[in-house]
Design a protein around this ligand. Structure first.
Ligand SMILES: NC(=O)c1ccc[n+]([C@@H]2O[C@H](COP(=O)([O-])OP(=O)(O)OC[C@H]3O[C@@H](n4cnc5c(N)ncnc54)[C@H](O)[C@@H]3O)[C@@H](O)[C@H]2O)c1
Length: 258
């Protein structure tokens, strides 16, 4: 994909889960648009590689750890002098999170920690820098499952994404007059390792989901990255507290084409 826009020059962008999938594609896209990127991930091998490729900074962080998250933004401020964009995107969808009847409390809590508590921590520690600057854009990755129900359930995942969506809306409202925008990105199914892990063992499940996508395919990570760059940039200056669906039409469909 040829990128001509340079909307993020001189801005720093912290990307959690930046070593893979949507985070990786978004890091590449934001760097191509001029941003200084910080790759924040538990995966040090892939994370270092991505940071080197993009001339950015890698910070090894477990997004469930309050001190590590606090330190992530302090390191960004120190390295680049600002925290302009926070893409809070790290997430997991483990196979032991399924129907409520089969999901034990440990699986429930792990998913809540990584997918929801992490977003609380990232926003909590990024916002003070943005308040000082009087400007900032936060993008939190929720999911289309935050607005729709599935019979092939991942109960903690869906609940965590509902929490991300609702938290983003509230933060968007609270901080709007301080120049800080907060939007929830709600992807449909995207062709990433996370999706593959979920469906690798169950092709029937994958086919069952594809039926509901009007565009008839899963998204590519670069298609989400384009949306992230838009939300990060001033092109979306009148958008905050939004439910930004990039879902191939799923949420609008009642009956899909053959
Ligand atoms: N792929 C999809 O179909 C899809 C659909 C809707 C929403 N999402 C959401 O998009 C986000 C990114 O998903 P993806 O498909 O790119 O996943 P992915 O598995 O490709 O990448 C996730 C990244 O997060 C990192 N990560 C996991 N736990 C972490 C932790 N505790 N601390 C720091 N980093 C951690 C991983 O190391 C990995 O690099 C997730 O929040 C996911 O729930 C994905």
């Amino acid at each position: 994909m040829q990128i001509n826009a340079r909307r993020l020059v001189d801005r720093s962008a912290v990307i959690t889960g930046g070593a893979s999938g949507i985070g990786l594609a978004s890091a590449r896209r934001m760097a191509a648009e001029g941003a200084r990127v910080v790759i924040a991930d538990v995966d040090a091998v892939a994370g270092e590689q991505v940071a080197a490729e993009l001339g950015g900074l890698f910070v090894k962080v477990d997004v469930t750890d309050p001190e590590q998250v606090k330190d992530l933004y302090a390191q960004t401020q120190e390295a680049y002098g600002s925290v302009d964009i926070a893409f809070n995107n790290a997430g997991i969808a483990p196979p032991d999170d399924a129907s409520i009847l089969d999901t034990d409390i440990d699986a429930w809590r792990r998913v809540q920690d990584v997918n929801l508590t992490s977003v609380y921590l990232c926003c909590k520690h990024a916002i003070p820098y943005m308040q000082q600057q009087g400007k900032g854009s936060i993008i939190n990755t929720a999911s289309f499952v935050a607005v729709m129900g599935a019979a092939t359930s991942q109960i903690s995942y869906s609940a965590s994404k509902g929490g991300v969506l609702s938290m983003s809306r509230e933060l968007g409202v609270e901080f709007a007059r301080q120049g800080i925008r907060v939007n929830a990105l709600c992807p449909g199914p995207v062709n990433t390792p996370l999706l593959k892990e979920l469906f690798a063992k169950d092709l029937e499940k994958a086919a069952r989901r594809l039926v509901h996508v009007p565009l008839g395919r899963f998204a590519e990570p670069e298609e989400l990255a384009a949306a992230v760059a838009f939300l990060a940039s001033d092109d979306s200056s009148f958008m905050t507290a939004s439910t930004f669906l990039v879902d191939g039409g799923i949420s609008g469909a009642y009956v899909t084409p053959f």
